[in-house]
Ligand binder design. Structure first.
Ligand code: PLP
Length: 423
């Protein structure tokens, strides 16, 4: 029962260094967040010891009476948060949720139609090297390459041409709300199953700040660790009893063995917190922060340098910086921001003239900083730091000091002694 620092000082050092990094820099990767202490406690718990193959009340192992309570709470809270009739909370990740969804609603070789990866789609929506591109006949629709906006007439035309078995609506890099009613009507017109992957915007949906796909889709998948700010994992929702049964059998035993009960307990806590007023306030600050950043980056001092914002702004928790006309490429932009203490990721933009490892875009998200407590004042300052950092000859020492001042003003995990123990 010796502490980690004694048993494995090398890994203890990694935890300590990572905690320092998270505390002292500004995390703006759009898919990341900081889980609350309560979620960390549930996840770093003795529930990691328990095997519980099966579902609550129908397990293949003894001793599941307490973990059953945790999973039932997670299921009930997920259903109530998103208004669905059924929920499966066992997927280990977003990708495994998506594998289970596709195996439940399609047969290998069936045609699937999703947003193209280089226009903001996800690997699991049909990328050639992913299971979704290998097992299914994957087709893609795209955004308008000039505006970056999804035109539903193009989606409809593509669906009529491909006649897919499954239409996928959802994204990893897009800045406008999807028209779920229109997706539903296109799916009905071509006789397709409609699957919405709300991994990115689920937190906004939970807060009532983004349309809810559940009433429109046959099945909805999501992660828990992005805007929701829960443990790294996935879940699946549906209102259709037949699909619900297929989802359950395709998660276990179809895709997975024993569920991660410590993570499921942490999901339950995250779903409970996501129903609170505090959570709504946090999602509102997330959205306003992204809008402030977009407004700053389309000002003349930036557009004259070829820096622009895809779709001209944002309705969600992220901004896509368009560097197609800039001297700086995505890799350089990411490195410049890293050098002042801001973490973002480079991202391909539609019709990107640069290769995928370099790219002409940056994806910058506000969820983690909103969780840290940032509001309009701080996001205005962050937006200005980012704008200044992307200019030639930026004073990186001065910008780093401004970043550090913001980080220091919003301490993260106060009382958490590295590694892993609370004061
Ligand atoms: N779906 C979408 C839309 C995503 O953006 C992501 C993650 O980036 C996933 C699924 C996969 O989630 P995970 O990384 O947990 O497998």
């Amino acid at each position: 029962l010796s502490p980690l620092s004694e048993v494995d000082p090398e890994i203890a050092a990694v935890l300590a260094q990572e905690l320092d990094r998270q505390r002292n820099t500004l995390e703006m990767i759009a898919s990341e967040n900081f889980v609350p202490r309560a979620v960390l406690e549930a996840q770093g718990s003795v529930l990691t010891n328990k095997y519980a193959e099966g579902y609550p009340g129908r397990r293949y192992y003894g001793g599941c009476e307490f973990v059953d309570v945790a999973e039932k709470l997670a299921i009930e809270r997920a259903k109530s948060l998103f208004g669905s009739a059924y929920a499966n909370v066992q997927p280990h990740s977003g990708a495994s949720a998506n594998a289970a969804v596709l195996s439940a609603i399609a047969q290998p070789g069936d045609r699937i139609l999703g947003l193209s990866l280089d226009h903001g789609g996800h690997l699991t929506h049909g990328m050639r090297l992913n299971f979704s591109g290998k097992l299914y006949e994957a087709h893609a629709y795209g955004v308008n390459e000039e505006t970056g906006v999804l035109d539903m007439a193009d989606v409809r035309a593509k669906a009529l041409e491909v006649k897919p078995h499954v239409i996928i609506a959802g994204w990893s890099a897009y800045t406008r709300q999807l028209d779920f009613a229109e997706f539903r009507s296109i799916a009905d017109e071509v006789g397709a199953v409609l699957w919405v992957d709300m991994a990115h915007f689920a937190g906004l949906v939970a807060a009532g700040l983004h349309p809810n796909p559940v009433p429109f889709a046959d099945v909805v998948s999501s992660t828990v660790h992005k805007t929701i700010g829960g443990p790294r994992s996935g879940f699946i929702l549906t209102n259709n009893v037949d699909i619900a049964k297929k989802i359950n059998s395709n998660v276990f035993p179809g895709q997975q063995g024993g569920p991660l009960m410590h993570v499921i307990a942490a999901k339950a806590t995250a779903f409970m917190l996501a129903a609170s007023d505090d959570f709504k306030d946090r999602q509102e600050r997330t959205l306003r922060g992204a809008k402030l950043l977009a407004e700053r980056l389309v000002q003349d001092d930036m557009t004259s340098l070829g820096v622009d914002v895809l779709t001209g702004g944002t309705d969600v928790h992220l901004v896509l910086v368009d560097l197609r006309k800039s001297e700086i490429n995505g890799q350089e932009g990411e490195d410049l921001l890293h050098s002042v203490g801001i973490t973002v990721n480079r991202n391909s933009v539609p019709a990107d003239p640069r290769p995928p490892m370099t790219t002409s875009g940056l994806r910058i998200g506000t969820p983690a900083l909103a969780t840290r407590g940032f509001g309009d004042v701080e996001f205005t300052e962050v937006a200005d730091i980012i704008a200044e950092a992307l200019k030639p000859g930026a004073d990186t020492a001065a910008l780093s000091a401004r970043v550090r001042a913001l980080a220091d003003a919003f301490p993260l995990y106060e009382g958490l002694e590295s590694p892993g123990s609370w004061a």
